[in-house]
Each structure stands twice: as structure tokens, then as C-alpha cells.
Ligand binder design. Sequence first.
Ligand code: C2E
Ligand code: MG
Ligand code: MG
Ligand code: MG
Length: 282
Amino acid sequence: GQAKHSAAGYTLYSGNPDKEFSRRLALMGELRGAIAKNELRLYCQPKVDFESRHICGAEALVRWQHPRLGMLSTGEFIKLAEHGGLITPLTHWVLEAAFRQSYAWDEAGIRLPLSVNLSAHDLRDPRLIDRIRGLFATWGIRPELIQFELTESVLMQDPEGAVDMLTRLKALGVQLFVDDFGTGYSSLAYLQKLPVDSLKIDQSFVSDMLANEDSAIIVQSTIDLGHNLGLEVVAEGVETEAVWQRLASLGCDTAQGYFISKPIPADAFGEWEQQSAWHPQG
Ligand code: C2E
Ligand code: MG
Ligand code: MG
Ligand code: MG
């Protein structure tokens, strides 16, 4: 595979398949312990409304503060978690952290919905709904303040099971996003059946929409499709003002990306939000 570097600059994946395999196996073993050793960190990335230019929510993104490799982003270890059967404990950790964060924001007068990513394994977990319901009860958080994101390809793995699970999530009163939209080949008929509120256009289309006409067409079509289905449309991976402007002119509802902010440690997010140019009083 391609060499990939963590924040600390260590090579996570060497070009050597055997080495790579044993590295991954070791890392998987460490990930199992990382949860117990409190090495996971919650980061939050803001979402901004195009019309008001105000922060309208945040996405919860988990990080692993690895003792030797430094801060690993989810993209670097989520596959390991999936293959190692570690998604359930990881999701439990993220849910706990997200509810705790949401409670802390509420106490601080910050009323922002926080969205949590769920993976394929979560959709098959029969106890997930009860766990989430329990967290709402424990923390006394209103359902509007927690949202869930599921990738289009995860939903397409088991379309009927997904509709069933999403319906039960919706019954809790939460908002649902189809994540990485445009990469999962869902049909229009299927999309219409999904009880979701928003589409998140995959960042691969957004990031090169100014350079690549095909990507621009996909972005525009997704915005129109979403609106025709009564859904909000979020663009992820908005890195520049030029992309922001183009998306605004296409009628996109919400933006997320480095142009606004990189993911921020959850405990520093409140301070960032208050001082941000995207804050209502900023
Ligand atoms: P995602 O849900 O589509 O999240 C967006 C990813 O894009 C994040 O990477 C974020 O840091 C990155 N990103 C945001 N804005 C920009 C930008 O402007 N440019 C670029 N190049 N990247 C940007 P991250 O945190 O590495 O997460 C990767 C994926 O891992 C996520 O994609 C999501 O599918 C999954 N993931 C993240 N956190 C969790 C989690 O707590 N549970 C589960 N099951 N999956 C998670
Ligand atoms: Mg997401
Ligand atoms: Mg996404
Ligand atoms: Mg994505």
C-alpha cells in the first residue's frame, strides 16, 4: 500500500505487505487496550449554515492519542477497529463522550447539535437503540441535540436492515445524515424510502469541484436531488473560500471543512465557538 504518515510523522503503513500485516495486527491489539487506557479523544468539527453564516452544529470525530505514534485520526484506525471486532466498544466510547460533551455545552449555554458517526456493525447491533435511549435518559439531553451519520455504502450493504434501524433511530427524535453521499450507488427509489433528514456530499466531489467539471455536476445534482426529496444538503471537505462561494451559489445548505475549521479537541470547542467569526455575535 501507499505510505501513510501519522501526525507524529511515523510511517503507519510501510510498502511491505508482510510488515504491514504484522504492524496492523500489533496496532489492533493496542487499540483494544487503548479504550481501557483512556487513549481515545473526542474532537468536534463545526458545521456552518450558508445563509446565516453561523455555526449550526458539529460532528464528533474520534482520535487515538497513541503513546508512540502520536495523534491518529479515525481514518487511520477505523478499518482496524472494524476488522478487529472493536467497533462496539469504540461506538460505546464515542457515544458516552458525545453525550457528556453535549451536556457540558448545554450547561455552558451552547445549544449545538452534535452528530455521531455509526458504522455497519452498529446497524446490526440489536442493543444500540436501548443504549442510546439510556444515554438520553441519563444525561437529560433533548433529542434535537444528538444526530447520527451513516455512510451511503454502509446503508447499501443491507438496505432493508438499514431502513429498519433508521426508523428506530428516528423514533428517538434524532436527525439522521447520509454520509459520504455519491460514493455508495444508492437508487432514487431506495433513497426515498430512507427516513433521513440530510445528505452529506462526499468530500472527494467537493474538494475538486472547481477543477473538475464532472465533480461540479455531481455536487450540483446532489444538491438538487436532496432538495427535491425535502432533505438538507451538507458539503463536507470545504477547504477554500472559492469552494464555499460556489456551493453557496448552488444553494447548498451547510458546509463543513478546513475553510471553517479543522476538528477541534472537544473541551476546547466551546471557547473556539464563542470567539469564532462564525459565531452569531462574532
Ligand atoms: P466522515 O464522517 O466523512 O468525516 C469527515 C472526515 O474528513 C474526517 O476525517 C475529517 O477530519 C475530515 N475532514 C473534514 N474537513 C476536511 C477538509 O476540509 N479537508 C479534508 N481533506 N478532510 C477533511 P477523520 O476524522 O479521519 O474520519 C474519517 C472517517 O472515519 C469519517 O469520515 C467517519 O466515516 C469515520 N469516523 C470518524 N469518527 C468516527 C466515529 O466516532 N465512529 C465511527 N464509526 N466512524 C468514525
Ligand atoms: Mg461523518
Ligand atoms: Mg462524511
Ligand atoms: Mg467523508
